[in-house]
Every structure is written in structure tokens, then in C-alpha cells.
Write a protein that binds this ligand. Structure first.
Ligand SMILES: Nc1ncnc2c1ncn2[C@@H]1O[C@H](COP(=O)(O)OP(=O)(O)OP(=O)(O)O)[C@@H](O)[C@H]1O
Ligand SMILES: [Mg+2]
Length: 269
């Protein structure tokens, strides 16, 4: 099991979109992929399942928040009780939806005072509840203004994709986020994180200079692949990027970088 988390400083930069595209690339290779929606506003769940199925899972208490609440109470929890089977571009994928009870679970984990390492709870839960059945676990989160979620993702992940874009104050916000994370993350978050520049419009000045803009504000590793802004990326879970030759090439290139980065841990078969 390799846990890959998607983080960002601001909202709407494309975490969920990129998480789903990378999940699809792993599925194409025949990897077992588990998507975890660590977001009470259910970004990934609603993109993947639609609003009504997501609401149904919430009503049935089959979300990551419900599972975590049982886990912290000391119950034995198996992920199979919380899984939903979904489709990404026609390929089957497993997911654990997000939902409102995640806010309760995070409150309980972080503020009840009876958990010595709240930031490690999700990782311990995944290990205890059988996540090692999957080759890759992809965690999608809220932006950094919800510190507890970002820290949970940082401590759960083996590798972290920090999604950003070159427009407005966004690169500086990423820099500030790194500064703040460095104060609290002992091992150094940059050791396992890379920045992904997304939503680039090459017709704009910022788009043409995306690398420079991001490098000027961030002295941290980044993916060489730049992801451009394309309508085809918005068509999930149908994965319409498959019909867009240039988008396919971008995703292939990004995926190769991610695999090389994970390769030490991801067994070849
Ligand atoms: N490369 C891209 N080209 C075009 N549109 C994109 C691209 N990446 C993301 N989008 C669009 O931008 C919007 C925000 O994307 P997404 O929901 O993935 O961001 P997010 O970081 O997960 O947001 P949040 O912080 O709210 O969870 C969506 O409408 C999505 O379709
Ligand atoms: Mg999202």
C-alpha cells in the first residue's frame, strides 16, 4: 500500500480533478486503487458518485467520518463496510465517501484530548481496517485553511502532491503553507512532497512563465509536467481527457513522474 495525498493552499486549484485522473491512470495499469474523500464537503464523492448516491451513503452512515468515529471509540472496523464501488472512465474503482460526520470525527480526534497523536489517526485506522489490500490509496483533502485535514493528510501519506496554479497570490500562499507546515511537521514535509502546476493557460503571461513564477516563490521540488487548463479535464468520472490527445499526453507524462517517484515502494508485476 502506497498512500498518495493531494493538498493545496487554496480551494479550487484542481486537487480532486487531478486525484481522479491519476487514479484512472493507476486503474489502467491494473492497480487496485482506493479513493478516500477526506472532505466533509464531499468534492470527490459527488464528482465520482453524483449528489444523490453520496447523500445516500451519508444517510446510511457509510462514510470515512462514520468509520473513523467507530475506530476512535475502540471498535474493530473493516473498510469493506464503508466501500462504494464506482466507475472512472469505465474502470471499476473503490471509494470511501466523505460527508458531514467527518467534521465530527475530526473534532473528536483533535479536540477530545485522549488521542496523543491526532495527526496519525487516519494512517493507523487505514492500516488497522485493511487498506493494505489496495496498491494505491489516494486521499483527497480540503485546502490548508482547514489545518487539521492538511496535517492528517501529510502524516497519512507516503507521498504528497501539492496542487497549485501560477495565477494571483496562489504561489505565495503555497509558500506560506510550506512555512507553516515546516513549523509543525518534524520530518520536513518537502521530503515527500512535490508541487504540481495545474490550470495553466499558455496564452497568458502567467501561463507562459508558470515555472518561473512558481520557482521564484517556492524553492521546493516540482513535477516537470505542467497541466494545462482544458475542458476535457472537467469531464469526470467519464474521463473525457481520453478523447483529447494532448490531455492524454500530459497525464501520461505526469503519471510517469509519479510512478518513478513511488517506484521504490510500488512492487512491479
Ligand atoms: N486542468 C484543468 N483544466 C480545466 N479545469 C480544471 C482543471 N483542473 C481543475 N479544473 C476545474 O476547476 C474546478 C475546481 O477543481 P477541483 O474541484 O478539482 O479543485 P479542488 O482543489 O479539489 O477544489 P476544493 O478545494 O474545493 O476541493 C472544477 O470545476 C474542475 O473541473
Ligand atoms: Mg476538492
Amino acid at each position: 500500500m502506497q498512500v498518495l495525498a493531494f493538498l493545496s493552499a487554496s480551494g479550487g486549484v484542481g486537487k480532486t480533478t487531478m486525484a481522479l485522473h491519476i487514479a484512472h491512470k493507476f486503474l489502467e495499469e491494473g492497480r487496485r486503487v482506493l479513493l478516500v474523500d477526506l472532505d466533509p464537503s464531499v468534492g470527490l464523492s459527488s464528482a465520482l458518485l453524483g449528489e444523490s448516491e453520496t447523500a445516500e451513503m451519508e444517510d446510511k452512515g457509510r462514510t470515512i467520518g462514520d468509520a473513523l468515529l467507530r475506530y476512535v471509540k475502540g471498535d474493530r472496523v473493516d473498510l469493506s463496510d464503508y466501500l462504494v464501488e464506482a466507475r472512472l472512465g469505465g474502470l471499476r474503482v473503490d471509494a470511501i465517501p466523505g460527508g458531514d460526520s467527518l467534521s465530527d470525527a475530526m473534532g473528536r480526534i483533535w479536540y477530545s484530548g485522549d488521542r496523543p497523536s491526532p495527526e496519525l489517526t487516519l494512517r493507523r485506522f487505514l492500516e488497522a481496517a485493511g487498506a493494505s489490500r489496495w496498491d494505491v490509496v489516494i486521499v483527497d483533502t480540503l485546502p490548508f485553511y482547514e489545518r487539521r485535514y492538511t496535517l492528517t493528510a501529510v502524516y497519512t501519506a507516503d507521498k504528497i502532491v501539492v496542487v497549485t496554479h501560477p495565477y494571483g497570490p496562489e504561489p505565495l500562499r503555497v509558500k506560506r503553507m510550506y512555512g507553516k507546515l515546516a513549523e509543525v511537521v518534524s520530518a520536513g514535509v518537502d521530503l515527500k512532497a512535490k508541487v504540481l502546476i495545474n490550470k495553466v493557460d499558455v496564452r497568458t503571461k502567467e501561463g507562459k512563465e508558470a515555472y518561473k513564477i512558481v520557482e521564484r516563490s517556492l524553492n521546493i521540488p516540482r513535477f516537470q509536467t505542467i497541466v494545462t487548463s482544458r475542458v476535457s479535464y472537467t469531464r469526470v468520472p467519464e474521463m473525457e481527457y481520453l478523447k483529447d490527445k494532448d490531455a492524454r499526453r500530459e497525464m501520461e507524462s505526469l503519471f510517469k513522474e509519479i510512478k518513478d517517484w513511488l517506484s521504490v515502494e510500488l512492487a512491479v508485476y
